[in-house]
Ligand binder design. Structure first.
Ligand SMILES: CC(C)(COP(=O)(O)OP(=O)(O)OC[C@H]1O[C@@H](n2cnc3c(N)ncnc32)[C@H](O)[C@@H]1OP(=O)(O)O)[C@@H](O)C(=O)NCCC(=O)NCCS
Length: 172
């Protein structure tokens, strides 16, 4: 069965689902409801979701700082049964597109050194490690800091990449 995935900016109505996914997939590091609300309303944040009808399948939140060309990815997640289907890559592409429109060309993030799927994902998408922070997470594990410079020029046909749909084979 084919499923239509829509990519769009996150809205306040998405808070509950993002909160639920944070608790499920980042049990020791989850952003709480108030933090999610703050991020969704922040003018410095780029917040995108992938959804099927009203169900949020994945999201990414990047935050810039005034006067800095760098956006930090605060959180990034795809529902487990929808992973490895390209949704994460599509969200990242759209985040990069939004950043470029804002004149921001550098991305940074932290990822647990044990989180091999995510490290592989980021490496495949052009991120490189630049430092490590021991005992960064509450459970005492080390963070790998990764960065990427966005070099892909804005395409002439990319008039609005964020608000688009893609077709996926629905997971069973
Ligand atoms: C990281 C994450 C967002 C990637 O989303 P995704 O939709 O699965 O990613 P995509 O399907 O677009 O990309 C797949 C690529 O990522 C890597 N990857 C993703 N999951 C992987 C896994 N379980 N094992 C190995 N590689 C994996 C591979 O490079 C893969 O490419 P390949 O299939 O050609 O080998 C997703 O795995 C996730 O939500 N993880 C849990 C939350 C998390 O750890 N977030 C990051 C916090 S820093």
């Amino acid at each position: 069965m084919i499923e239509i995935i829509r990519y769009r900016r996150a809205s306040i109505e998405d808070i509950s689902q993002i909160e639920e996914m944070e608790e499920l997939y980042f049990p020791t590091e989850a952003f709480g409801r108030r933090q999610i609300r703050y991020l969704l309303q922040s003018p410095n944040a780029v917040t995108l979701v992938a959804c099927s009808d009203s169900k949020v399948l994945g999201y990414v939140i990047g935050v810039g700082r005034r006067g800095s060309p760098t956006v930090r990815i605060y959180t990034f997640c795809v529902r487990e049964d929808y992973r490895q289907k390209g949704i994460g890559t599509s969200l990242l592409q759209r985040l990069e597109w939004e950043c470029q429109k804002m004149g921001l060309h550098h991305l940074i993030l932290e990822v647990g050194d044990y989180n091999l799927p995510a490290i592989k994902f980021y490496t495949k998408n052009g991120f490189v490690e630049f430092s490590r922070i021991p005992e960064y997470y509450r459970n005492g594990t080390t963070a790998i800091r990764m960065k990427k410079t966005i070099t892909q020029p804005l395409g002439a046909n990319d008039s609005e990449l964020t608000e688009t749909t893609e077709r996926y084979k629905k997971p069973r």
